[in-house]
Design a protein around this ligand. Structure first.
Ligand SMILES: C[S@@+](CC[C@H](N)C(=O)[O-])C[C@H]1O[C@@H](n2cnc3c(N)ncnc32)[C@H](O)[C@@H]1O
Length: 394
């Protein structure tokens, strides 16, 4: 496909560098990570490829307009001048989203309405009709981003957010988003030749993402995308990209992936999700208490997100949970490296192990750290007394 387009891929905060690496591997140009995502450019088909292959992006947005602005009327005028009828048919339903940083506007709802009016007016001038609005399941999403001085307008090439891979039938309690789970795996440096364990796997999101990585399964292979509704949709190019992705799958690869949970119903969810992916044979599932289980291999990588509490009584339970988890890891898992996602810095300190790395990550709006613990026998105990408080700088 000729021509160069500019894109912005959003992602959970903390995963921008992982996303930039993914996009560079897809031969994107002008790759530039900023807070919350990555700018890049390339042919329109690169947008298809990013949707199909990125494991950590939340959305891929195609930039269709950019201008300085001062007033609400400027925002209407810039939006009105764009050639919306060239990009999607009047029969498509529409939703407009606006986000802003330090924008001198009174109401984002009002700006949303003005941009919607501008798009509908552009259609009316073109052929007399206007697209209907559907805020729930629109065919086409327009995203506007305002800074203090600039307006950028994007068409959303993803549609439903990319963490919705299409395999999750069952959610369970507090499941991780799929792209955050994939990002944790990327930050751990896990590769499929290394043993991987999630000992508190819940509905198995980390296991599902790892099994797809091992099988070289494109994360978007099973779902539809927003760009399929655009007038410039190039079905031939898209089919070719999907065919290459199918042909690159390696479903016969031997894996070393293990998942366990205290609760049998959680394991059933994990199994159902892996079955939906047709990757259930790639993961060994077992009901077990993390405090008592033996390691499934002499060495490997643990990637997990333990329970977290919001209510006070949960927090008391968790205050007891973390030291026990630290003891079990020390006692049973020497030779392993553990990556533990936690939103509670106090509780994470109580684990009683010295973190070798802590990477800020956001689980939605919840600020977390991914703590790395190298579980080398004897060498990682904290100096006595080892209560709560060796300071951890965050
Ligand atoms: C926050 S959830 C994990 C969610 C998971 N990452 C997902 O995407 O669905 C924490 C899990 O830890 C499990 N758990 C709690 N205590 C445990 C223990 N002592 N041993 C093993 N699993 C435990 C819970 O049953 C729960 O499924």
């Amino acid at each position: 496909m000729p021509g160069s387009a500019h894109f912005f891929a959003s992602c959970p905060r903390g995963l921008e560098s992982v996303l930039a690496r993914e996009l560079t591997a897809l031969a994107a140009s002008d790759v530039k990570a900023v807070d919350g995502g990555v700018h890049f450019s390339g042919a329109l088909a690169l947008g298809y490829a990013a949707n199909l292959h990125s494991r950590v992006a939340s959305r891929v947005l195609w930039r269709v307009g950019q201008s300085r602005y001062r007033t609400d009327q400027d925002i209407y005028d810039v939006s009105r001048r764009l050639d919306w009828p060239a990009w999607f048919s009047v029969d498509r339903t529409l939703r407009v989203n606006v986000s802003a940083i330090k924008a001198p506007v009174k109401s984002l709802d009002f700006i949303t309405l003005r941009i919607k009016d501008a798009i509908c007016d552009a259609f009316r001038a073109h052929n007399g009709g206007r697209p209907s609005i559907d805020t729930h399941a629109p065919d086409v999403r327009v995203h506007a981003f305002l800074t203090a001085s600039d307006l950028t307008l994007y068409l959303d090439t993803s549609g439903e957010p990319l963490f919705k891979r299409g395999y999750r039938r069952e959610a369970g309690d507090a499941p991780l988003r799929e792209n955050l789970a994939a990002g944790m795996l990327a930050l751990s440096g896990w590769t499929p030749d290394v043993a991987l364990l999630d000992p508190m796997c819940g509905s198995g999101t980390i296991l599902c993402e790892a099994a797809q990585m091992a099988a070289n399964r494109a994360p978007g292979i099973g779902r539809a995308f927003g760009f399929e509704k655009f007038l410039n949709f190039d079905a031939q190019t898209w089919d070719a990209l999907r065919n290459i992705a199918y042909a690159s799958e390696n479903n016969s690869i031997k894996t070393n992936i293990y998942g366990s949970d205290l609760r049998g119903d959680a394991l059933q969810l994990a199994r159902a999700n892996l079955e939906e992916l047709d990757l259930v044979t790639k993961v060994t599932l077992k009901q077990a208490n993390v405090f008592e289980m033996p390691p499934p291999a002499p060495s490997g990588i643990i990637v997990t997100n333990p329970p977290y509490g919001v209510r006070m009584e949960d927090r008391d339970d968790l205050a007891a949970f973390y030291p026990k988890l630290g003891d079990a890891l020390k006692k049973n898992f020497s030779g392993w490296t553990a990556y533990i996602l936690s939103s509670d810095m106090q509780l994470a300190k109580r684990i009683g192990l010295a973190a070798s790395k802590r990477t800020p990550l956001f689980n939605g709006a919840l600020e977390c750290r991914l703590f790395e613990y190298k579980l080398v026998a004897g060498s990682m105990r904290r100096a006595k007394p080892a209560p709560v408080a060796t300071p951890v700088q965050d």
